[in-house]
Write a protein that binds this ligand. Sequence first.
Ligand SMILES: Cc1cc2nc3c(=O)[nH]c(=O)nc-3n(C[C@H](O)[C@H](O)[C@H](O)COP(=O)(O)OP(=O)(O)OC[C@H]3O[C@@H](n4cnc5c(N)ncnc54)[C@H](O)[C@@H]3O)c2cc1C
Length: 297
Amino acid sequence: MTQQQSITDLLTAPQRPLLSYEFFPPKDDEGMAMLENAASALKPTCPDFVTVTYGAGGSTRTQTLRVCRTLAELGMTPVMHHLTCVGASQTELREILDIIRREGIRNIMALRGDPPRGEKHFQKHPDGFSNAAELVRFIKQSYPDMCCGVAGYPETHQEAVSSNMDIHYLKAKVDAGGAFVTTQLFYDNQLFYDFVDRCRKAGIEAPIIPGLLPPLSLKQLQRMANMCQASLPQELLRQMEAAGEDASRTEEVGIEWTVNQIKDLLAHRVPGIHLYILNRSKAVLAPALIKCFRPES
Ligand SMILES: Cc1cc2nc3c(=O)[nH]c(=O)nc-3n(C[C@H](O)[C@H](O)[C@H](O)COP(=O)(O)OP(=O)(O)OC[C@H]3O[C@@H](n4cnc5c(N)ncnc54)[C@H](O)[C@@H]3O)c2cc1C
């Protein structure tokens, strides 16, 4: 199996800000066909890397590897396999990591994960890990050449006792070997800039990649903002509401908002942009959006 590139190398000498897309494992064959179509449509946009979520929203774990394989077969590499501590012993995590490694994957987004549906609090497996920092340490000890990304929260993680403590624990993840931070989605760039400032003041030097989700409908915007605890700027809401039932106008508003976010972030010299694409190509292929990264296209 060909060894894929490590994202650490991409971040060390970037020719330009990195562009990455996040996929999630679909629940059925129809979803898989949709994902493959989206990936094929997006391939010409040459993302620097792609990522595949793990266990989120009830998806099965083996599906993550299947999607990683599919994306690699389509030539979309390097792939970053997400991994969480949820319900897993160290032995199980090691088995999964061995398989990932054998696939030639050298990038892991190391996460604690959310409590399973119906449970309020995260319960560590008796022989597992309590938080992402422990998982990163475990991965780096056993697989030193594996690049680990970690998650950051511009609006503070919902369970954090304070934003300062959240940054403190983010630093622990980076100190354990996290090579870069990808953020939760946000719609107001100022929240990201303030977050980066707080991280730098706390001594976190790793690259911080903003995560964005182009909203394509008011319903989707509200659902995702609620799920990810992201605040909604009044102006974005006003514009979405003004578009009313006109689906193509709502899409235009959402894409324009994301394009403006990206332009401003690139002007602030972010190391990359991570797009939560929800297995769809439509928003990314909007000419105004892709031109932010690939002016020649
Ligand atoms: C970029 C990105 C990708 C994601 N991908 C997935 C995915 O693929 N699958 C999935 O299920 N979920 C995913 N998530 C969601 C993520 O799993 C949840 O947000 C989860 O609740 C926290 O994971 P974490 O890795 O940030 O946890 P941690 O960094 O472990 O933090 C969790 C909470 O515990 C606190 N904390 C950390 N360490 C300590 C400590 N030592 N003592 C006390 N408190 C502590 C933190 O402040 C925080 O409130 C993703 C999130 C992001 C931003």
